[in-house]
Design a protein around this ligand. Structure first.
Ligand code: AMP
Length: 270
């Protein structure tokens, strides 16, 4: 495994390679990231993983500061997986040039996390278009765990570059919790709560299959979870998986949720 600490290292290492698979991450790697890496290794000649905690996508300074980081452990994992390249850029490697791509979310995009985390996706799209330009991969592997991010990045990247976005299933632990680097910030009791909420939503979605007036049932479910677990829920909504518009049937739809447990914001979709 070659460690690339700047863009000169990167250009030198990638020169002459084709069919490069790229897995962008913010580190604190877990089985979710590992599943993306394994898929890239299957579908690409070379795999490059980046670790970069992107300050621009945090709408809250405190959140950026406390974001979990464990580079030593990450490098160990990547070595064990026999990843070809790990790219560890500094802020200046990513941001020293101007991004020519105009990033402006339209009104229909300002839903779900875009509504509650102002500037977040603009930061994500900015960094992802910059990284795509720097790495120039054939394929970029991204998780359905961050579904809205996946759709937005796909739109901007595929419009401006030849790289294709490959979506990857959400990996969960044995208690159904979607793996996330942020889970390391939670205590045992919090994780038990998350598991209960997740299981309850999985069962709830199955029950919606033969029901009518789904949005009303979802509204009631939101109230129930808020009360039972004493949590703040940003949103619990049923939306079309193609364009994230509201929908009132289960086919081609997912339930999207964002909530706080002990000040840690978690998202998931089912
Ligand atoms: P992050 O390091 O959180 O920015 O995530 C890097 C990539 O891993 C993104 O494409 C995420 O969607 C993906 N990812 C994060 N958690 C999971 C998971 N539990 N299952 C699958 N992919 C995930």
């Amino acid at each position: 495994m070659k460690t690339l600490l700047n863009n000169i290292d990167l250009n030198e290492a990638l020169f002459g390679n084709s069919n490069i698979g790229f897995v962008p991450t913010m580190g604190s790697l877990h089985q979710g990231h590992i599943s993306l890496i394994k898929k890239s290794q299957k579908l690409s000649n070379k795999t490059i993983v980046s670790i970069f905690v992107n300050p621009k996508q945090f709408n809250n300074k405190e959140d950026y500061k406390k974001y979990p980081r464990d580079i030593k452990k990450d490098l160990k994992i990547l070595k064990r997986l026999k990843v070809d390249f790990v790219y560890l850029p500094k802020i200046k490697d990513v941001y020293k040039t101007k991004n020519k791509i105009k990033i402006k979310l339209n009104k229909q995009d300002k839903i779900l996390c875009a509504k509650y985390r102002k500037g977040h996706f603009e930061g994500v799209i900015d960094v992802m278009t910059r990284l795509t330009k720097i790495v120039n991969p054939s394929k970029i592997f991204m998780g359905e765990k961050d579904f809205q991010q996946l759709l937005l990045v796909k739109r901007y990247v595929e419009k401006n570059f030849k790289s294709k976005i490959i979506s990857c299933k959400t990996i969960r632990d044995k208690n159904k919790i979607a793996l996330s680097s942020r889970n390391t910030l939670l205590k045992k009791d919090d994780l038990i709560k998350v598991s209960k909420i997740t299981k309850s939503l999985i069962i709830f979605k199955k029950k919606l299959l033969d029901k009518k007036n789904l949005n009303n049932l979802i509204f009631m479910k939101k109230k129930e979870l808020q009360k039972k677990y004493n949590i703040k829920i940003d949103y619990l909504e049923l939306r079309n998986t193609k364009n994230l518009k509201f929908i009132n049937k289960i086919k081609n739809a997912r339930i999207f949720v964002a909530y706080f447990i002990n000040k840690v914001r978690l998202i998931d979709n089912f």
